[in-house]
Write a protein that binds this ligand. Structure first.
Ligand code: 5GP
Length: 223
């Protein structure tokens, strides 16, 4: 549908928040806490063709689907991005972006760097946050503690983690080191609070004080 001519585009409606990290850096726990504290946030439950692990629930942690259904969804354009990670397909549903924009809420994506970069290409106002473990040794220890992966999977994940971290550090908007959960969470909250106050995201409609079309204040400050 066309946007009416007098209806200003709302490019910054809603906040698309991408959290990426090597597995074991604690991003899922941070994402869960953020969601519990933010009634206007929705979690983007990704689709995946991998099998559920441990206590993972269909529709909560992921939508677990077979390769054929995944491919059908690609063809129907249902993904805002999708990728192959560790030999399985993963995709983020477009409807979550639409929901967040319609409600001016937060869409939280717990996805990898290639997914984050794809979202940023489509939605340049998306905010990409990369979570780092305190050290490579600690990351390996956390992966082993999960007791869900084989030795070979752990080795593969450590290799992928290193390149993921290099790419995240080079291209993401914010970097948070998760050496202390409470501090890392407070940094994440600060990013969200600051981004919600960004010009363009604040609803100024009721003040009838829209900035001048060039975005500059109408009068220069004195002095
Ligand atoms: P896991 O299988 O350990 O849950 O996830 C493996 C990797 O896939 C993680 O880095 C996770 O963030 C990423 N991932 C999960 N969902 C998506 C998605 O929808 N798109 C992309 N690009 N990556 C995803």
């Amino acid at each position: 549908m066309e946007t009416p001519a007098n209806d200003k585009p709302q490019l910054d409606r809603g906040l698309l928040l991408v959290l990426s990290a090597p597995s074991g850096a604690g991003k899922t726990t941070l994402a869960r806490r953020l969601l519990a504290d933010s009634p206007d946030a929705v979690f983007s439950v990704s689709y995946t063709t991998r099998q559920p692990r441990g206590k993972e629930k269909d529709g909560v942690d992921y939508h677990f689907v077979d390769v054929q259904s995944f491919q059908d969804k690609i063809e129907r354009g249902e993904f805002v991005e999708w990728a192959e990670v560790h030999g399985h397909f993963y995709g983020s549903s477009r409807s979550v972006v639409e929901q967040a924009r319609a409600k001016n809420g937060i869409a939280v994506f717990d996805i990898d760097v290639q997914g984050g970069q794809a979202i940023k290409r489509k939605y340049p106002e998306a905010v990409l946050v990369f979570i780092l473990p305190p050290s490579m040794e600690e990351l390996e220890r956390r992966l082993r503690d999960r007791k869900t992966d084989s030795e070979e999977t752990i080795r593969k994940r450590m290799l992928v983690a290193r390149s993921e971290m290099e790419r995240g550090i080079a291209s993401y908007d914010y970097i948070i080191v998760n050496d202390d959960f409470d501090r890392a969470y407070s940094e994440l909250r600060s990013v969200v609070v600051a981004e919600r106050c960004r010009r363009g995201r604040v609803d100024l409609g009721r003040l009838h004080l829209d900035p001048a079309p060039d975005g500059k204040p109408s009068a220069a400050p004195g002095g």
